[in-house]
Structure formats: structure tokens, C-alpha cells
Ligand binder design. Sequence first.
Ligand code: HSE
Length: 406
Amino acid sequence: MIDIAILGYGTVGSGVYEVIKNNQEIVDRKSGKHINIKYVLDLRKFSGDPVEDILTDDFEKILNDEDVKIVAEVMGGVEPAYTFAKKALLKGKSVVTSNKELVASHGQELIAIAATKKANFLFEASVGGGIPIIRPLCSSLTADCILEIKGILNGTTNYILTKMAYEGSGFDETLKEAQALGYAEKDPTNDIEGFDSVRKLAILSSLAYKKTVDFRDIYTEGITKITKTDIEYAKALNSTIKLIGESRLKGDKIDAKVAPLMIKNTHPIAMVNGVFNAIFINGDMSGDTMYYGSGAGKLPTASAVVSDIIDAARHVGVNIRIDWDDEKMPIIPLGDTKVCAMIRFAKKDAKTEERCVAAFDGADIIRLEGHEGEFALLTKAQNESDIKAILEKLGEEVLSFIRMEG
Ligand code: HSE
């Protein structure tokens, strides 16, 4: 038997309890021993709930119980999650977590502590919810040099963009609807501004390229400026707009960003709709692989947490090696990366089109029926800073700027 503690009894925490209790026989068989939930830590009271008798608000009690070998941290946020995880690891307990803020901010340090203590710090649920993605990167694609990661890493924004595309609705009304249905949080900032996606991209990139990719160094743009009209243009171009997190190895640096991207409808990522996530990885030997599934939700996320509990139970006293050095991975400045963009311009006078076409050598022009007061240019691939410099010199009114799949 092995005793575990669950820190936090919110959506994911109660899901972890449910997965273990529902599938106890499977979980025990896969672990090779009985998994016993000894404590659930939460400051709230849950009278009448099955966890009532094992509920505690005292973390020290868990920390000092030598029988507790695995701690599942599912509280979210950096503190007190970081303090609790570090203390548990220093005591030689394994820690598993779904907390992307914690992993993106302190993952490397916690992995290193786990290694020195012959324990484990595992975080399958921190990216892509129920999608197996951390384990494939750490244990399956190990013979490859990873060249590229590209993915829809956030379910809330994918739900909003899908609705806008299929129902022709605007951003604000779709967000309100998503909030009413419980898909988007009351404060949706982390999702819609790309802050959630960028942490997930930093975690995947650190594991892929083996150096610390700091999420604060990655250019991040959310979906709040995407309009119905942008989506109409995308449709006319047989494309779809998705919030994409992507990084690419370029020598000893990477380029990386989170931003809306116009993708051809034939690309598999364009077909990922609703709250689903998908992550596309290109390795130098394996080529392309793609991982798809529920990127959020109580039971899918809890399933990934429990898979880590099982892994930790199988490896008591043995560290599972995770390559993630503390050396910082340099990121190429956004301006120095090559992009194609769709730029919508307001038609100020009869000569606006002529001036814009002349400024952007080789760009294609798109005119959309019902939008006579504007047009769009599709630029050739060039450094983003050059595109911005041309726009500044041109001085025309830009209605939107959306990067396009190369
Ligand atoms: N808010 C996140 C999403 C939850 O919408 O994908 C999972 O990290």
C-alpha cells in the first residue's frame, strides 16, 4: 500500500479523488500496490462529502507523515503551491501536479530537487489536460532532435474562435456565452490574452529543447482583437483563425510566440474545434506527430494527474529522468522572424490600394463583397520588423494584422 495526499479539493482535486475511487482496481493493478488517499488538504469544509473524514487544513501534518509518499498538488497558482511542492520534494516525497503556473515558473528547480532526493516531480496534466503530451516528449520522442512545436493549447479561446467561425458571432457576445456555459472563467484574462497558452508553450519548449524557456520572454498576443470581418476574410481564403502557440529550433536559439494565426483548412490543426486542444510536434527522425483531445475538464485533467500518481508509485526511490537544464534558451526577437501576414486597410481614397500595393512588393490583394470600404493585402514572407517599418512609413489606417501559416 502507498499513502497519498491531494492538495486542493476544487474541480481537479475532486476529479482526482473520483478517478481513483471509480477505477481503484485498475489504478492499484497498474501501480503494483494499493493507492490509499490518506489526506485531502483544503481550507474549506465539505460536510457530507466522502472526503470529510480525511480532510485537513494542516499541510505540516501531511509533510511530517512519513507514510505519505506522493502528494498531488492541484490547487493552481504559484503560491502556496510552490512552497508546498518544494517542501514535499525536500522531504523525499514525489509531487505530481496539474499546475502550469507552477511548472512554467519553477519546473526546472523542482525537477532538480526531485532528482537529488530520488523522488519525482511529474506534471502530465499541466499541458493539454487529458492529452498525453509530457510523457511522449520525455519518454517517447527521446531519439529525436525536436525541431518544432505548434499547438492549440487553450480550450476556452478555441471554443470562442470556433463559435465565431461557425455562427458568425462577434467576440464579446461569444465570450459572454462561453462564460454563461462555464467554459470561460468570470475573469477570462489568462485565457483570452494568451497567458495560459504561453505558460504551456514554455513548458513544452523547455522539455523539447532541454533548456529553460522563460514564458516572460515569449511574444504573446491573445484573441481579443479578432473580429467577425477577420473571420470572413479567413473563410474567403479557405483558412481558419486559431490561437497558436509555436516554437521552432533555429541553430542554438528558438523563435517562439503565442498569437492568432490564419491556417489553411487542409492543415489538421484547422480542424480542431470547440474546447479541444491539439499539439503538433516535428522531430528530425520521427517527422510529424500530433496529439489531440480534451485540453481541460475535471475528469480528463484528473486522469492525467492519476497517471502521474501511478508512475510515481511505480518509482518510489527511483527518479525518472527529465531533461530540462537551468541554462536559459535564447529567443530570437519577434522582429527578426519571417512571417506572412494578412493586413486589412481602410480605403481612405481612390489611391489607397495603389499606395499599399506599391509599398508591399509582391503582395496579393483581397477584396471582400459587402466590405467596400476596405481591402486586405497578403504579404510575402519577410521579417516582421520590415513589415512594421513599411506600415509605419505608409501611414495608412490598419484595421487588422494577422499572421498567416507560412
Ligand atoms: N483555462 C484552460 C483552457 C484550462 O481553457 O484551456 C486548462 O488549462
